[in-house]
Write a protein that binds this ligand. Structure first.
Ligand code: VG1
Ligand code: CO
Length: 549
């Protein structure tokens, strides 16, 4: 092919491209505006390069997404801009699809410069739904705040992007193409990801377990994990065909929220009911980084999940036989994993919400396992949360315990006590009023300490300011944390991933050595107290959340 002209296309800034908790997320139609994705991608490159034409010549960029509507078009745009910016190599997941954890694995294993993930995670897909883009750095993890801020500043001053008029690349077939000096390779990411899983887990033991009558069901929710799940669970581990359901990636995820929780996966939860139900169920979100773990008629909260994996990793998963360096959880995540860490004499770090805050801890060797209450679990094998990995952890744990999901969780509670935990979301709040509500509570925090709240004494009330232990970077206002005597907590913050209005997240935790209480009953007084503190009824006329997980 003759050398294509590198065009300098004039553009003007969009002023709304500040990345949130996990990249830039907006309604799809916003992304479809003229030059919108072009501006953002060029700004990423401008923020990362030194401004020289040769900045990216020896470097590899990985591109892929969760398969939602506009994924394919966005991939073609990114390929052209990457070629125009002189990347040495662009690796594209076949079909334009790469789960978030697979992206992380590919960046790390192939020593890539970074990657662009096209996803709005668990949000619905379609022209009237959500789209997103996120940049992952050389360690395979989401760009830290300093980088996303640099990207954002660049989006505010961008006046041109680079472009080549190359024909569309056939992204559905593996192969290598060339645009000027850029090699574009379409590849199947299953191999990289599966190889990594085989290094960590004892596939032979899992195969034996799945052949012994143990029955599992995995729900791909029509996102990106179906192909990985079919290959790993059905082909490699011998689960019968049909063990993976909703395994074909669809642009609209079958019209559902590809969100693995008790609300949006309620139909799936029903499949785990009754005496003939499978022993184990799991589901992942569209981009494959979230997971839900179920036993027969039993739901494992994500907070308990990371605690149980921490408890059992060294004894039941070969990849962790040497023990854990430390663990980490996001601020709102229950303290269950802290108790396991304390019993092992290792550190448990508390970070702001979002996986990007775990990266430094893992890179510095300070922590091995991480978890978020939002159905995210992962380890230092990558720098993203990893749904299929979490399922393999649970299979390993169950295979070595030879007990049911309910039994292993109850044994954990008997040993460590139980954190009754719930997250309540109040969606579609008027953003200015929601901001004012948080600010007002922030200003009242100093007067709360020592006061009595639903029969407990407030032992600490803080607008959490995080200082990264490794690079000392600061994250103010990570969330409001109210600690109560006896180990209960209320945490609240506004969502940083929403695409419409503001969402208040209220996180409730009650710690007890009495493990058999009813969750709703236990948490009701805390929920009431939190609502009153925030003045939710007075401000918004609301006294019930829209989504409870
Ligand atoms: C939410 C969750 C957070 C998670 C983030 C991205 O953020 O609370 O724990 O890391 O989504 O998850 P927020 O700011 O809306 O509360 V996913 O699966 O998008 O990558
Ligand atoms: Co996700």
């Amino acid at each position: 092919m003759p050398e294509l002209e590198i065009k300098i296309i004039p553009t003007a800034p969009y002023r709304d491209q500040r990345p949130g908790t996990s990249g830039l997320r907006k309604k799809t139609r916003i992304f479809m505006q003229h030059g919108y994705i072009e501006n953002f991608v060029q700004s990423v490159f401008d923020a990362l390069g030194q401004g020289n034409a040769s900045d990216f010549s020896g470097k590899t960029l990985v591109v892929g997404g969760d398969g939602r509507y506009y994924n394919r078009a966005a991939v073609q745009i990114i390929i052209r801009i990457a070629a125009a910016n002189g990347f040495g190599r662009v690796l594209v997941g076949r079909g334009g699809i790469l789960s978030t954890p697979a992206m992380s694995a590919v960046i790390r294993r192939r020593n890539a410069f970074g990657g662009l993930v096209l996803s709005a995670s668990h949000n619905p897909g379609g022209i009237d739904e959500d789209f997103g883009i996120k940049y992952n750095i050389h360690n395979g993890g989401p760009a830290p705040e300093a980088v996303t801020e640099r990207i954002f500043q660049q989006t505010l001053k961008i006046d041109r992007y680079l472009w080549v008029d190359s024909p569309d690349i056939d992204i559905d077939r593996d192969g290598t193409h060339r645009i000027n000096n850029t090699e574009v390779t379409v590849f199947d990411p299953l191999a990289d990801y599966t190889a990594l899983m085989q290094e960590l887990f004892d596939f032979e033991a899992l195969r034996t377990h799945l052949r012994s009558g143990f029955r599992m069901l995995f729900n791909g929710m029509h996102g990106s994990t179906g192909p990985y799940a079919r290959y790993i669970f059905e082909q490699c581990l011998g689960a019968p065909p049909g063990a993976v359901i909703n395994g074909e990636p669809l642009e609209d995820f079958g019209g559902h929220h590809p969100d693995p929780n008790l609300v949006y996966a309620a139909d799936f939860v029903k499949l785990l009911e009754g005496s003939g139900a499978p022993d184990f169920g799991a589901a992942c979100d569209a981009d494959g980084d979230r997971n839900m773990i179920l036993g027969r008629e039993f739901f494992v909260t994500p907070c308990d999940s990371v605690a149980l994996i921490a408890e059992h990793a060294a004894s039941s998963i070969p990849g962790y036989r040497a023990g854990l360096a430390g663990v980490a959880r996001s601020l709102p995540t229950s303290t269950a994993v802290d108790r396991v860490a304390a019993s092992m004499g290792i550190q448990s770090y508390e970070t702001p919400t979002g996986w990007k805050y775990f990266g430094n801890l893992m890179d510095a060797g300070l922590c091995t396992l991480c978890g978020e209450e939002s159905f995210g679990t992962g380890s230092n094998h990558l720098r993203e949360k990893d749904g299929i990995w979490a399922v393999l952890c649970w299979l390993s744990l169950l295979a070595s315990a030879k007990k049911s999901v309910a039994e292993v969780v109850q044994a954990h509670w008997r040993k460590f006590g139980r954190s009754y935990f719930q997250r309540q979301d109040y969606e579609a709040l008027e953003p200015a009023a929601a901001g004012a509500m948080i600010e007002e509570l922030q200003s009242r925090l100093p007067s709360l300490s020592g006061q009595s709240l639903v029969g407990f004494t407030v032992s600490g009330a803080e607008d959490v300011h995080y200082t990264d232990p490794v690079d000392k970077s600061e994250t103010p206002h990570a969330g409001i944390r109210i600690l109560l005597s006896g180990g209960s907590r209320i945490v609240c913050r506004l969502s940083g991933t929403g695409t419409e209005g503001a969402t208040l997240r209220l996180y409730l935790e009650h710690y007890s050595s009495d493990i058999g209480e009813d969750l709703d009953t236990v948490l009701k007084p805390l929920a009431q107290a939190a609502r009153d503190l925030l003045g939710l009824r007075k401000r918004f006329g609301r006294d019930q959340p829209n989504v409870v997980t």
